[in-house]
Design a protein around this ligand. Structure first.
Ligand SMILES: [Zn+2]
Length: 150
């Protein structure tokens, strides 16, 4: 499954010393591999590390985590990667993929490439609910309705 900048993924964070949810900041090889990710907990940016699958018999987390004060005061939204930049990283993958026309009644999966009558070609970044997907187009991100019966 191709990865798309701005989407969420589980990865291992060295600072948190555990698997946390990360935001994909960068992909390489046209979306085939993950580049840089950012921990949603401590906001540390680092290359993607596979989540450490829970190994049984391993010692549990040693300390109860205390709420750490955030060192950065700037509160930017979770989608600070400009659509245009994210788009450039997956453009080759999108161009090579087969496109499906956007229809409200259809269901889409993450990574699917669609063709929208208004916005053009886009790639599904996230499935938000059974009837809503987030799609990255070349200049903008949009939440689109999908899977509507009828
Ligand atoms: Zn972290």
């Amino acid at each position: 499954m191709p990865e798309i900048p701005g989407s969420s993924i589980a990865a291992f964070c060295k600072k948190c010393e555990k698997d946390t949810t990360h935001t994909v900041l960068e992909v390489v090889e046209g979306g085939k591999r993950l580049g840089k990710v950012r921990c949603n907990v401590c906001r540390d940016e680092h290359p993607f590390r596979r989540p450490k699958a829970r190994v049984k018999g391993e010692k549990p987390a040693k300390e109860p985590r205390a709420a750490k004060p955030r060192k950065s005061s700037k509160s930017r939204g979770p989608q600070e990667i400009p659509a245009g930049e994210a788009w450039r990283q997956v453009e080759a993958m999108v161009n090579a993929a087969s496109k499906v026309p956007y229809e409200m009644t259809r269901m889409y999966d993450k990574g699917e490439v669609i063709e929208h009558p208004q916005f053009g070609v886009g790639v599904v970044v996230a499935v938000l609910s059974p009837t809503k997907v987030e799609v990255l187009f070349s200049t903008v991100r949009r939440k689109l309705v999908c899977g509507k019966a009828g």
